[in-house]
Design a protein. Structure first.
Length: 266
């Protein structure tokens, strides 16, 4: 952790080929190489939700990564080689007979520093019929500071973000596959989570089409005031920005929301 807690962040806003893991692993690896070759090398890279398979739920038992082993091997080697934290979006991960929508977080040494399985399953996409919900919080540590992880639909549940903030998170990481026509919801909810919890939000959404569904990207990096630091368009690209986690403490001191809470009343 640097003294000023500054981090260069890269968000991989990628297209995902539904039901084609080989193609997706190759595409992600290409984007990872592009990210670390930038003029300002990132300290942290984040990928989108279910990037290894897309929402091929009808075949997810056959497509999911057993115990995450393929992901661990590829991303672990890359993060170790390039000295970078990677939030490997989320993947379809098979453990026993269950498939989970799981984030793998890698530290600079290429080790799995933490995992988080999506706890709120999205009924509009029949997730609850094919996936097992997670039961633990997404709490991570990056270079000595605490971060929280949520996945897509999770951002509609403010209690979860608040719990992560109360537990010390200064940064909220959100992989997603969020489609049209709900762009306004996406942007508004992410900004709200940043404002109400006075923390950075880094959200990575996919682009492209899956069946009849179009995904709009608009990945975002938002500061603790709720100001958008960087935002993507609807094309495959890398969004990057430098964030300063000292700003979290300054904002929380300026408007003491956490000190003024009345948890005994609500």
């Amino acid at each position: 952790m640097t003294q000023t807690q500054q981090l260069q962040v890269a968000v991989l806003q990628m297209d995902i080929a539904i039901g084609e893991p080989d193609r997706n692993y190759d595409n992600l690896l290409r984007m990872l190489h592009d990210a670390v070759q930038a003029e300002r090398k990132p300290d942290l890279i984040i990928c989108p939700e279910m990037w290894n398979t897309g929402y091929a739920l009808d075949h997810i038992q056959q497509l999911a990564d057993p115990q995450g082993l393929r992901t661990i091997e590829m991303i672990g080697e890359f993060s170790r080689t390039h000295d970078v934290h990677i939030i490997a979006g989320s993947i379809a991960e098979k453990v026993g007979e269950d498939v989970r929508n799981t984030i793998y977080a890698f530290n600079r040494a290429g080790q799995v520093q933490g995992t988080y399985s999506k706890m709120h399953l999205f009924r509009l996409m029949d997730e609850e019929k094919y996936l097992k919900a997670g039961t633990t919080l997404g709490e991570l540590e990056l270079d000595g500071f605490k971060a929280g992880a949520m996945i897509c639909y999770d951002i509609r549940f403010p209690e979860l973000a608040r719990k992560l903030a109360l537990n010390g998170a200064k940064l909220l990481l959100v992989p997603a596959e969020w489609p049209h026509p709900r762009l306004h919801h996406w942007r508004t909810l992410l900004m709200a989570r940043a404002i109400e919890n006075q923390m950075y939000v880094v959200a990575c959404n996919r682009v492209g089409r899956s069946g009849s569904t179009d995904f709009f990207g608009h990945s975002m990096i938002i500061d603790p005031w709720g100001e958008i630091v960087a935002e993507g368009d609807e094309t495959e690209r890398i969004i990057s920005a430098q964030i300063d986690l000292d700003l979290v403490d300054k904002v929380r001191e300026k408007i003491p929301v956490f000190k003024d809470r009345r948890p005994e009343l609500y």
